[in-house]
Ligand binder design. Sequence first.
Ligand SMILES: Cc1cc2nc3c(=O)[nH]c(=O)nc-3n(C[C@H](O)[C@H](O)[C@H](O)COP(=O)(O)O)c2cc1C
Length: 168
Amino acid sequence: MTHRVLVAYGTKNGSTAEIAEMIAGTLRRRGLEADVRPPGEVAELAGYDAVVVGGALYMGRWHRDARRFCRRHRHELRERPVWLFSSGPLDPSAGERDIPPVSGAHRAELSLGARSHITFGGSLRAGARGRMAKAILDEGRGGDFRDRERISAWAESVADDLAVAGAR
Ligand SMILES: Cc1cc2nc3c(=O)[nH]c(=O)nc-3n(C[C@H](O)[C@H](O)[C@H](O)COP(=O)(O)O)c2cc1C
């Protein structure tokens, strides 16, 4: 059976959407169908066998679109395998240790019975929206800390889990 997976993401400056695309790319290479969507475009989860929800971190909070998505679709999500990710740290820390979910992501993890949560490094590039983003960039603290291999390895583990579930 081919699983159809939704990868939904909350982003402000686009880099979390790119992580969602990377995850979907790995899932597709594993023979799964994967749709990447901003939460606002998803009316219902019928037709999806599994869901990955990701959100950017801003001021210690999981992106609002990710939080809302998990709340709005909680009943359907509880009936499906769900994986969560956050993207944030603008340094190599995410690859060096397990960074626990912030409260909004942790609440979603518990409420939905998510299979796992992972924090990936983030990215902040010239042109990012917001005064604070510009200040961080001006101080030279921006950059791209997304580790494609780590993202791909995590997506592989999602595909592995689904392959086991499908074989049952
Ligand atoms: C104003 C501001 C606040 C941020 N706060 C956090 C934070 O609390 N924790 C964190 O890990 N990263 C934080 N970051 C880094 C962002 O999470 C990172 O740039 C992320 O990749 C942005 O995702 P997006 O491009 O999808 O919006 C912050 C960035 C900005 C500009």
